[in-house]
Structures are given as structure tokens and as C-alpha cells.
Design a protein around this ligand. Structure first.
Ligand code: ZN
Ligand code: ZN
Length: 323
């Protein structure tokens, strides 16, 4: 499926199989997760995609053209971080997620809404055993970047999660595994998401604009809604951190300094490093993370995006390539 112009629907197209360059492997794609970032790209909120573009950056497939790390037939995942220069001040200080020249899968590089894809094998991950393709796909962004956001909360015990979609449903499981207490914040009338959060181990779920039953030690915002930033700061105790985990957010309204005062921190999380991926792929089977997926065939990718846009998804949205 191809995006020709932001603001338009994806178009089903026959493309030649991409040829791997030196250092790249080729995969037959089995599943590709649909991320809110894909929506931001299709809707034109992220303004610099290659065009035409094959979106998709949570790719699971088997190697058909091997490299040095991966052999033919290996089951491999391709994440959002597709390439870095390895030599800028960010790369050389362990912060390749911030590389000025980073290239991203399904944005700068054609992604996984396709039968075949090529990728620089240095940025790919082996898929842990015990995760079927469809269940593994959401680990590659919702899981990885969610996990990076969770690490930014340090050892916070009372964790607020704002927006209960794909990343939240994974990170709630990880947070519970780590012995944290989870408070889930959704739209006030979204009883279904609140029930889902409780099923996954949240001890409380309620209106994102109201106060939680007790103060939070940290909050993660997965919803791209700037108005939630002051709400989360108000809900967070002194010394706590509010982590904005999305790549795009509506404007944050002005707020009184007193809700930041008390050594509260407000920060974002950008992209992932390969280390994040390795740590999370090692942790996911130990939790064990169980993803719930809403599956669509490739040719229905526009509907999959629309369901995500409307918030109609319980868990993660995944495109299935092969039966
Ligand atoms: Zn760099
Ligand atoms: Zn993503």
C-alpha cells in the first residue's frame, strides 16, 4: 500500500520487489503493526515523508535474502529506527535515537505495508520464540518506545498512563511485572477502555481530566493531546516526571508554574536505540507480554487506519500479509 500524498488514502499498488543493498536483508513480510505515527504521516502532521511511501514500521517477517547477522528463514523484526550515521555527537554518546541524520522505517525508508521489504540488518531484531507473528508486531514500536518511556519514569511506583491504546496495553503488563501500581486515564465516557485497563492489571481507571484516587509518582502520555500535559502534572507528586511518548501532540495549553514547581519534570521520549530494542525483546517473554490484536488484510489498511483514528481498537492494530 502506497501513500502518494499526505491527506489522501493509501493506494494498493504492484511494486517491484525491493533489492537489498550491501548490509541489507530482504524479508517476506508476515505482519506489520499499525502505529499512531502512521496516522500522523498519512494525515500530514509529520511533514517530511519520502513520497511515494510504503508506511509501516512494526514489521515481522522471514529473511529471504540473508546478511551476516541473519540467515535465510530467520524470523526478524524491523523497527522505526532504520539507519543512523554512527558519528554525530548523539550517536557517539549512546543517543542514536537523536541522530541528526537518522532514517526511519515507513517514513524515510519504505516500510512494511507490503509483501517484501529491505532493511539494514544492524537495526533489526530477532523475534523471541513464543510470539506468533501477529502478536509480535506491536512489540516493535508500541512495545519498544513504550518501554523507553517507562524507563524514563525511573522507579516510580504509582504510574499514570494517559491514553489506553497499543503501547499502554503492553506497558501496563510490563509495569505490573515490575511491581508498579498502574492508574489508567481515558476519556471520561470510555468505559470499555477503562475495563480493558483493569483486566490488564490497572488498579484504577478513570477520566483523564479528573484527579486519580492518589498522587502519581510518574505519568506517561501516549495520547497525542496537549491538554493532558497540565492534567498529568496536576496528578503527579513533587519530584515526579511526566513523559510525553508520542511523536506528535496538539499544542499544550499554558499552565501555572505552580503545577511544575516542586521539582516535577516534563520531558519527551524520541524514537529508540538498538539497546532499547534488545532490552525489551529480552524482557517481553519474561513478563510475558500478551498483545491483543485487531487484524486486517493488507488491502484494508485504510480501514485499519480509520479504526485507529476513531479509537475503536482494543489493544493493537496489525496488518496481516500472509494467511
Ligand atoms: Zn548520528
Ligand atoms: Zn510507531
Amino acid at each position: 500500500m502506497v501513500l502518494e500524498q499526505p491527506g489522501s488514502e493509501l493506494r494498493l499498488a504492484e511494486l517491484p520487489d525491493p533489492e537489498p543493498e550491501p548490509g541489507q536483508i530482504a524479508l517476506e513480510v508476515h505482519a506489520c503493526g499499525v502505529c499512531r505515527t502512521d496516522l500522523h504521516i498519512v494525515d500530514g502532521e509529520l511533514t517530511e515523508p519520502k513520497l511515494p511511501l510504503v508506511p509501516g514500521h512494526q514489521i515481522v517477517g522471514t529473511v529471504v535474502s540473508p546478511g551476516e547477522r541473519f540467515a535465510e528463514g530467520d524470523r526478524v523484526g524491523i523497527p522505526w529506527l532504520g539507519w543512523t550515521d554512527g558519528k554525530c555527537r548523539y550517536c557517539t554518546s549512546g543517543r542514536e535515537n537523536l541522530c541528526d541524520r537518522a532514517r526511519f522505517t515507513g517514513y524515510d525508508i519504505d516500510g512494511g505495508y507490503a509483501e517484501r521489504v529491505v532493511a539494514d540488518e544492524r537495526y533489526c531484531f530477532p523475534i523471541p520464540e513464543g510470539f506468533p507473528d501477529l502478536q509480535a508486531a506491536p512489540l516493535l514500536c508500541a512495545g519498544l518506545i513504550g518501554y523507553r518511556a517507562l524507563r524514563m519514569t525511573g522507579d516510580a511506583e504509582r504510574l499514570g498512563i494517559y491514553g489506553f491504546g497499543a503501547a499502554a496495553h503492553i506497558i501496563t503488563q510490563v509495569a505490573r511485572h515490575e511491581g508498579r501500581r498502574v492508574f489508567a486515564f481515558t476519556r471520561g465516557d470510555d468505559a470499555e477502555s477503562q475495563a480493558f485497563a483493569r483486566e490488564l492489571g490497572a488498579e484504577w481507571a478513570g477520566d483523564s481530566l479528573g484527579p486519580p484516587p492518589e498522587e502519581l509518582d510518574a505519568a506517561i502520555l501516549f495520547a497525542p493531546v496537549g491538554a493532558l500535559v497540565p492534567a498529568a502534572l496536576r496528578a503527579t507528586a513533587k519530584g515526579g516526571v511526566v513523559v510525553c511518548a508520542g511523536i506528535h501532540m496538539s499544542d499544550i495549553p499554558s499552565f501555572p508554574y505552580e503545577i511544575l514547581w516542586g521539582e516535577r519534570q516534563l520531558r519527551s521520549v524520541a524514537n529508540l536505540t538498538r539497546e532499547d530494542g534488545e532490552l525489551f525483546m529480552e524482557l517481553a517473554p519474561r513478563v510475558p507480554v500478551r498483545t491483543q490484536v485487531d487484524v486486517h488484510p493488507l488491502e484494508r489498511a485504510n480501514e485499519a487506519l480509520e479504526r485507529l483514528r476513531r479509537g475503536d481498537v482494543r489493544g493493537a492494530t496489525v496488518i496481516q500479509l500472509t494467511a
